[in-house]
Ligand binder design. Structure first.
Ligand code: DGL
Length: 352
């Protein structure tokens, strides 16, 4: 009997594809958003309620993912992503970090609302120490809509998280078949499925569950980061606010943030991070009073050049380089957990 069983096992192992035995384990961490949304009817592609469908229903709606990996779900949050605060972000990072340390977890997918998806992906890129694939994925249409994009986005995200080639690439965003680097992807269209883009290009693409790579990020991330979620205590980060640049600015917009306890202010300036001449005195005063000023830009592409529009060296200001204001806010908050030195903070903007 034992001999027969051994023979059968050998025969089976010779006939079944290796993948049947060697599937990676992928955990889907759900946080809400449109990918978990539901509309009143199939023609509601933009009118729906986000954060309704639980993680197991999301996974069961795409049974094909089980052919790619052993997939299980964790419900971390169930909210629209515009409502995520530093508290949720820190706790999500701790959960992802704990999962990444488990030897039986090979990859992680995070389903997330697209509004602040780029912030969450960037934050995890900076504070989670692992080389396992972490893939943040969302959708622009709810699963109830005609041509919903969520199911295929989830399928491709699981394929990416299960791929050996995706190790050590940094936190990735998978949307609309494209693989983006967390540090430079941003939401550029608020109603179409090709909503995300990076001015420096995609890392690659996933087609029929296979990732195709075309470049890697040269920036610091994950294991190469000086930031670590394990050394950040509590559920708040140093308060950093953003003021959007326009004509007819008000000094009170900045003073209100100082009043609220901001340790730094991101000036999302016009053009190359320009500052109106009647605002400069307010910013130099804030800097002198210990509120770090960071010049970013409201313009979606390009980079803010140090000492170009303003004498940053003279004022002790930092420039956000190519990071958009919302990502500059997160990097500045993390930087302030380590230093108040403007030169050190500027180094971090050039390295991450
Ligand atoms: N409320 C938005 C969010 O949760 C919906 C957008 C989306 O997820 O695509 O980010």
């Amino acid at each position: 009997m034992k001999r027969a069983l051994t023979a059968l096992t050998i025969a089976l192992s010779l006939t079944l594809p290796l993948s049947a035995f060697a599937k990676n384990n992928v955990v889907v961490v759900a946080t809400g958003g449109t990918i978990a949304g539901a509309g009143a009817n199939s023609t509601n592609s933009a009118t729906y309620t986000a954060a309704k469908v639980p993680v197991d229903a999301l996974i069961n709606a795409v049974p094909q993912v089980q052919e790619l990996a052993n997939v299980r779900g964790v419900q971390a949050l169930q909210i629209a992503s515009e409502s995520i605060t530093d508290k949720e972000l820190l706790n999500l990072a701790r959960q992802v970090n704990d999962l990444a340390k488990k030897p039986d977890v090979n990859g992680i997918v995070i389903t997330h609302g697209t509004d602040t998806l780029e912030e969450t992906a960037f934050f995890l890129n900076l504070v989670v120490h692992t080389d396992k694939p972490i893939v943040v994925v969302g959708s622009m249409r709810p699963g109830t809509a005609l041509s919903a994009d969520g199911p295929l986005n989830l399928y491709s995200a699981v394929a990416l998280a299960a791929a050996e080639s995706a190790k050590g690439k940094g936190v990735m965003v998978l949307m609309n078949d494209s693989i983006f680097a967390a540090r430079d992807v941003t939401k550029t269209i608020n109603v179409h499925t090709n909503a995300f883009a990076s001015q420096w290009g995609e890392l690659g693409s996933v087609v029929e569950a296979k990732p195709y790579w075309f470049r890697s990020s040269v920036k610091r991330f994950n294991n190469n980061s000086e930031f670590n979620i394990e050394s950040i205590k509590g559920d708040t980060l140093p308060l950093v606010g953003i003021v959007y640049g326009s004509d007819n600015m008000l000094p009170q917009s900045y003073l209100a943030l100082q009043q609220a306890g901001a340790k730094a202010i991101i000036h999302a300036g016009t053009g190359n991070g320009s500052v109106a001449n009647y605002i400069v005195p307010t910013l130099t005063k804030l800097q002198a009073e210990g509120v770090q000023i960071v010049r970013a830009s409201r313009v979606p592409q390009g980079l803010v050049l140090r000492n170009a529009e303003q004498p940053d060296d003279k004022y002790g200001w930092v420039v956000a380089h190519d990071l958009n204001p919302q990502k500059a806010r997160l990097l500045t908050a993390l930087a302030l957990t380590k230093t108040k030195d403007a030169k050190e903070i500027q180094r971090m903007f050039y390295e991450y």
